[in-house]
Design a protein around this ligand. Structure first.
Ligand code: HEC
Ligand code: HEC
Length: 223
């Protein structure tokens, strides 16, 4: 998704926004009312302890794991995979990592995604205890002194680490076929067959990286 700042004026961007909003019925209802965020419960040991107990009793643990490391594979409203968030890495939170922002996420969830809303199940003050607990789990970010990656890329299991690298390096970008409309065909993940223009050398066709013995890498040795 490129940026348009240098191409369209602010006014033109607003016109495009108006058009994009007209494509969805999400914006036709009355405008939503803003939520009032109550003052934060001080993040002392008592509050963090209550938050920890709530984390277990209010099923956060089911999706985010006992250490809050997430990584559980769920599906979103359209059936696409969504991985529950690693709560020890607040810099990855989409809604922001400020205490108020986390409080809002627990209150509203990330609907219609798998992260549910807890507004009905947990009182506003208890949601602050949960925020305080979640923030108490924070690791030092990898770019700061003393920080480590400690993420899925650090797997000792070579297959899992390889899978992570294949995704991180986006091998599927070239090694997966797309439809004429440009939508990747998940059922052909890494099966090759995409034409890749390698200027000035010509057009190459990406290879099948699956373990099929005849058309893929099934007969290859590790070396
Ligand atoms: C049914 C599974 C499920 C439960 C239960 C659940 N979560 Fe989540 N949570 C998720 C998923 C999935 C995501 C990532 C959603 C996404 O990527 O859009 C997420 C994201 C988050 C985030 C990051 C929000 C952001 O801005 O990115 C926080 C914080 C969080 N959960 C806290 C909690 C807490 C606290 C609880 C318990 C009160 C809880 N979750 C219960 C599935 C769950
Ligand atoms: C920019 C597009 C692109 C990306 C990204 C890419 N590949 Fe490729 N790959 C190709 C093309 C095109 C070929 C076929 C080259 C040829 O025919 O000479 C190929 C060939 C291969 C082959 C040789 C297979 C055979 O049958 O000989 C392997 C193995 C491979 N890629 C693995 C990977 C891995 C692993 C990654 C990610 C780390 C990756 N590729 C990322 C385009 C890409």
């Amino acid at each position: 998704m490129p940026y348009w700042q240098d191409i369209l004026s602010a006014e033109k961007i607003r016109e495009v926004v108006t058009h994009v909003k007209s494509l969805s019925n999400v914006f036709t209802g009355p405008p939503p009312t803003a939520l009032t965020i109550p003052p934060r419960v001080p993040p002392d040991a008592a509050s963090i302890g209550r938050g920890k107990a709530l984390f277990t009793s209010k099923i956060c643990i089911t999706c985010h794991g006992p250490e809050g490391r997430g990584g559980v594979r769920l599906t979103d409203a359209k059936g696409y995979p969504v991985i529950s968030r690693d709560l020890t890495a607040p810099w990855t939170f989409r809604g922001g990592s400020e205490p108020e922002q986390i409080w809002l996420r627990i209150t509203t969830g990330l609907l219609p995604n798998s992260m549910p809303s807890f507004a009905e199940l947990i009182t506003a003050a208890e949601r602050w205890d949960l925020v305080n607990y979640v923030l108490s789990l924070s690791r030092t970010p990898p770019w700061e002194p003393g920080g480590t990656f400690g993420g899925p890329g650090q797997q000792a299991d070579l297959v899992k680490r390889g899978e992570y690298l294949v995704r991180a390096e986006m091998c599927g970008l070239c090694h997966t076929q797309a439809t004429r409309g440009g939508i990747y065909r998940d059922e052909f993940h890494l099966a090759g067959g995409q034409r890749v223009d390698v200027w000035p050398h010509g057009v190459l066709v990406s290879r099948n990286l699956t373990s099929d013995p005849d058309t893929g890498l099934g007969r290859w040795t590790t070396e």
